[in-house]
Structures are given as structure tokens and as C-alpha cells.
Design a protein around this ligand. Structure first.
Ligand code: AMP
Length: 411
């Protein structure tokens, strides 16, 4: 199947070619005709599946077909997404796919001054990408009206709920015109999300790209069992491998992210962190440096990393195993994108074994264990104080049944 067979208009086909897209991804094959048909959609797909183009391409097509050139531009399509990074990336995608159309797109998000955003809005836009808080702010100040919205997209609905945006989302929906087309995307569909979807879409068609069909099968996944106290040493050991040009490292906490960066910097590895405590500009700069490979290691928390889209990212390292299994799938979805190679490495300590089990249940496969490494798990029953754990070198080997320490060859 080629993009040509999806009845996409020439100016958009041209930009897709320029982007290097030749074959539509499964979510694009399924969703584009439905959206072009004017039907509401529930898309169950995570980032990395090509879902942005699955909604952006048909929206651009619909809006450019009915564009009235004699009138001032009105916001005719609204995309609401939970994180700033994701919002910026979606806007970039609209601009890239729509570069040969006359449509204008802009993005609004919090954490930065609002004046440039207001100026862009006052110049007139057809498509607005927004995070919920700043959108409501600008609506309340009278800079944004949703009364002309023809197509509404709610992106990453599950994450939106996780981040506590439910009330904001409801207020946004209440301000939309009744007559509209709605597209609802979520990586997972727990009951609360199904309920939310029911309040937004009308007679929707559901399309689903399951994790097992995409990311989980493409990405090579490995787990290293190790003690918590040795994780930073293990990371440094892995980074001796020059094959790892760049790596995205996930930690559970902001504090943890900064700690890992400190350890890496001490060993002259160029590293930066992104998380909620950093300003928007610092986060954008860190991301640009990483994309340009000026930074070798980007350490991120889940929420900050949600929208990260780095072409050719080969390595994702789970410094800590997430306690929500779906988060694991989101994390490893940062690599192996659009058919590229991907490797996901997880460090698992004794306390995280239960999380690992849950993940394997979700992805319905066993993650390959790397036994041959210098920091095997010794402490199966860690006590709370980490310093004491480290000194406990005399445990019997039977505590680490699978791991063969002697096979490790130092490079
Ligand atoms: P998304 O799931 O929208 O975040 O997209 C994931 C990545 O796949 C992005 O880097 C896109 O640029 C890329 N992509 C999307 N659709 C295609 C396609 N049909 N062919 C090649 N790459 C694509």
C-alpha cells in the first residue's frame, strides 16, 4: 500500500515524499480514510506508530479543500495534547506535512510568556495545537474562540488523565461546537478512558494498533539484574561501548534523573536531564542538543519524555523499571521508530522484579536476560539502607542463581 492509494491530495503527497515517507503505517492505513470520510474515530495507538500523520494528514486535506480565501482565518481544527514537547512536535508535523498547502498552524503551551503565542493567534491560524492549561488561559482572556472548530483531536487521552487534566479537558469539550468531527487517541483503553471517549465522539469507528504488533516486536529488549546501588556503575560500563552513540535513559523521579546526570558528567560523558522542574527553554535546548547528538545521554522522567521524537534513536535504557507496565511500552516506543533499529535495556533490582513480571505479561513475551555482566544482582532481599547492601559481598552464590559472574570478560 502506498500513500497514493489513500486519495491524498498532491500538495500533501509531495511533502510526505519530502519527509521520506513512502509506505503508510498500519494506523495511517486504517485511520486516514475514516477521517477523510468525516467519521469520528477512536484510535488506540501509542506514539511511535505514526499516529500524528494519521490525523494530521486528513485534517490538512479536509481544511485545505474547504478553505475560503476571502475571509480572515479562524481556528478550524484543535489538537489538545498533554505535554509541551508533544505539542511542539505535533505542530512541527502539521507544518511539515502542510508545507505545500496555504494552511497555518500554531502551538500554545504553558511555562513560557504568552505574548508571542497571542501574536501568532492574532495573525490568524487554521489549526491550533495546545496543552490544556494554556489553552484555557487564553480562552478565558478572549484570545481563543473554539466556536469555529470543525475537527477536534484529543491526543494521548490516558496520559491526560494520569496528569490530572480531566477537568480541564471537560471544560475544553464544553466550549466546542456540538457539530464537529472528533478524533480520540489513547495508548490504553481502561474504563475511565472509554467513558471519557463516550462523552466526546459520536458513532465512532475504532482503530487499534496493539503494542504487540508494533514496538514490542521491533525493539530488541534485554534485562540486566543488578543491585540498586550498582546501577550507575552498570550504566557507565554499558556506555563504554562506542556503538551507543546516543541513549535515552529513563528514571522514575526528577531527583533520580539529576543524580544520573551528575554521575555521567563526572566520567566526562556529556549528559543532560529533562523533567518537570526544568524550564521549557532548558528542556527544549536539552532536546535539541540530544537530537543533534551534541549530548550523548539524555536522562528523562516519563512525563517529560512523553513527546520526545528523535529520529534514529537506537538505545533506550530503563535505569528503573516503571511500576505501570504500559509505561514500559511507551518508553521503548522511543526507539525502533518507523522500522529503524531499536534496543531497550532495563536494569532490574530485587524490588522491581514484580514490575518486570507485569510487563512481560502485558507484552506477552519474556525479555532476554543478560547474565554476563560485572554487577550481577546479589541482594535478593535488600534492606532499606542502601549503604549496608553494598558492603554485603559475602552472600552465597546461590542468591544469584542465573547469573554467572565468572564469564564476564572485561573489555
Ligand atoms: P508518531 O507516532 O506520530 O510520533 O510518529 C513516529 C515517527 O514515525 C515520527 O518520527 C514520524 O516522522 C515517523 N513516521 C510517521 N509516519 C511514517 C511513515 N509512513 N513512514 C516513515 N516514517 C513515518
Amino acid at each position: 500500500m502506498k500513500f497514493e492509494s489513500l486519495n491524498i491530495i498532491e500538495p500533501i503527497l509531495k511533502s510526505l515524499k519530502e519527509e521520506g515517507y513512502t509506505i503508510p503505517t498500519p494506523i495511517q492505513v486504517q485511520a486516514i480514510p475514516i477521517v477523510l470520510n468525516g467519521t469520528d474515530l477512536i484510535g488506540c495507538a501509542q506514539t511511535g506508530t505514526g499516529k500524528t500523520a494519521a490525523f494530521a494528514v486528513p485534517i490538512l486535506q479536509i481544511l485545505s479543500k474547504n478553505r475560503a480565501f476571502d475571509r480572515k482565518r479562524k481556528i478550524r481544527s484543535l489538537v489538545v495534547t498533554p505535554t509541551r514537547e508533544l505539542a511542539i512536535q505535533i505542530e512541527e508535523s502539521f507544518k511539515a506535512y502542510g508545507r505545500h498547502t496555504s494552511l497555518k498552524c500554531t502551538v500554545v503551551f504553558g511555562g513560557v510568556p504568552q505574548n508571542p503565542q497571542v501574536a501568532a493567534l492574532q495573525n490568524g491560524v487554521d489549526i491550533l495545537v495546545a496543552t490544556p492549561g494554556r489553552l484555557l488561559d487564553l480562552m478565558n482572556q478572549g484570545y481563543i474562540s473554539l466556536k469555529d472548530i470543525e475537527i477536534f483531536v484529543l491526543d494521548e487521552a490516558d496520559r491526560m488523565l494520569d496528569m490530572g487534566f480531566i477537568h480541564d479537558v471537560k471544560r475544553i469539550i464544553a466550549a466546542l461546537p456540538q457539530k464537529r468531527q472528533s478524533l480520540f487517541f489513547s495508548a490504553t483503553m481502561p474504563p475511565a478512558i472509554v467513558k471519557l471517549a463516550g462523552s466526546i465522539v459520536y458513532k465512532p469507528v475504532k482503530v487499534e494498533v496493539t503494542p504487540s504488533a508494533s514496538t514490542v516486536d521491533i525493539v530488541n529488549q534485554y534485562v540486566y539484574f543488578t543491585d540498586k546501588v550498582n546501577k550507575s556503575a552498570l550504566l557507565l560500563e554499558l556506555l563504554k561501548d562506542e556503538k551507543i552513540k546516543t541513549a535515552l535513559v529513563f528514571t522514575r523521579t526528577k531527583f533520580g534523573a539529576d543524580k544520573v546526570v551528575k554521575v555521567l558528567k563526572k566520567k566526562n560523558i556529556i549528559a543532560e536531564s529533562i523533567h518537570g522542574n526544568k524550564t521549557q527553554n532548558t528542556r527544549q535546548r536539552a532536546l535539541s542538543n540530544f537530537k543533534a547528538q551534541k549530548t550523548r545521554v539524555l536522562v528523562a522522567t516519563d512525563i517529560a519524555a512523553r513527546g520526545i521524537d528523535v529520529d534514529d534513536l537506537e538505545y533506550v535504557i530503563n535505569y528503573e523499571i516503571p511500576n505501570i507496565s504500559e509505561t514500559y511500552v511507551h518508553r521503548i516506543g522511543r526507539t525502533g521508530r518507523a522500522g529503524a533499529n531499536g534496543t531497550a535495556i532495563s536494569f532490574c533490582d530485587a524490588e522491581e522484579m514484580a514490575y518486570l513480571k507485569d510487563i512481560e505479561k502485558l507484552i506477552t513475551k519474556k525479555i532476554q536476560v543478560i547474565e554476563d555482566h560485572p554487577y550481577p544482582l546479589l541482594d535478593l532481599h535488600p534492606v532499606k539502607a542502601p549503604k549496608q547492601q553494598h558492603q554485603n559481598h559475602n552472600r552465597p552464590k546461590s542468591f544469584a542463581p542465573k547469573i554467572n559472574r565468572d564469564n564476564w570478560k572485561r573489555r
